[in-house]
Design a protein around this ligand. Structure first.
Ligand code: PAF
Length: 278
């Protein structure tokens, strides 16, 4: 396992592997790894000759009032987990090397970045698209793996990779849940026992809506209302039914859709979703 700290060294490593004919599967992360990240790493290792993960808490996707400084940083444990998952190299750049003084270039993905999480976090997808582009330019992957829990992020990255001819396959992997249904997230660490219990209403409400979908319910208003009623114990940010590619709201389920929720649960902002394909 190699830990690589600069874009130049990362690119040199990847070029060496490519000259040997090896394919690279890449999992970008902000560390504080959990089983959800590990499932992405296993897929990257299985689907490619080599697996690379990055660990970088990206300042440009946090607003000044958000949790950048207290975001959990667990580097040693993360390295151990990457090693166990079969990852061959970790790219762990410093903040200064990623955004040196005078840094001025940002990637904006229009339309799909709008709505949902952008309403309360308008800076977020510009920061994500920018850092993922920089990470891709350093790692030079053939495939990159993202979790469906961040459904809008996946849609933004897919759109960006397509629009900018990046030549990288973006692979969306299923949500990994705790045994009681809570979607795994690094931010679950912020939850005390009572909030942890209250947080279960997100997945419980989504599963209830999934049953309604399976029973033939197609109205967005009815599904959204049912989910909202199930989430009365938390502070709802949004409950929306959107097209799975464009992330634009739909009135009825007539194409692949995502039923997505976000809520404040104590100190944590949590998101979750289900995807429904007719
Ligand atoms: O999903 C995340 O952990 C981050 O948004 C990502 C993709 C690593 C970019 O910082």
């Amino acid at each position: 396992m190699e830990i690589i700290e600069t874009a130049e060294a990362m690119r040199a490593w990847s070029f060496r592997q490519k000259r040997l004919g090896k394919t690279i599967g890449f999992v970008p992360t902000m560390g504080a790894l959990h089983e959800g990240h590990i499932s992405l790493m296993r897929a990257a290792v299985q689907g490619n000759d080599l697996g690379v993960a990055s660990i970088f808490v990206n300042p440009t996707q946090f607003a000044p009032n958000e949790d950048f400084s207290k975001y959990p940083r667990t580097f040693e444990g993360d390295v151990r987990m990457c090693t166990e998952a079969g990852i061959q190299a970790i790219y762990a750049p410093t903040g200064d090397s990623m955004y040196p003084a005078g840094y001025s270039t940002y990637v904006t993905v229009e339309n799909v970045s709008e709505g949902l999480c952008s309403r309360t976090r308008p800076h977020f997808f510009r920061g994500v698209a920018t850092v993922v582009t920089k990470l891709f330019n350093a790692v030079l992957p053939d495939r990159a793996y993202f979790g469906q829990k961040d459904a809008q992020q996946c849609a933004v990255i897919k759109r960006m990779a397509r629009d900018l001819d990046m030549g990288i396959d973006i692979i969306e992997m299923p949500i990994i849940r705790e045994p009681d249904g809570l979607a795994m997230s690094s931010r679950n660490r912020y939850l005390g026992p009572e909030d942890r219990q209250r947080a279960l209403c997100l997945s419980r409400s989504l599963f209830q809506a999934e049953k309604m979908l399976q029973a033939g319910e197609r109205s967005a208003a009815v599904l959204i209302q049912a989910v909202r009623e199930g989430m009365d114990a938390v502070n709802i940010d949004y409950v929306e039914l959107v097209d799975a590619d464009s992330m634009q709201p739909v009135d009825r389920v007539e194409q692949p859709v995502v039923l997505a929720v976000a809520a404040l649960v104590g100190p944590a902002r949590l998101i979750d979703n289900i995807k429904y394909i007719l």
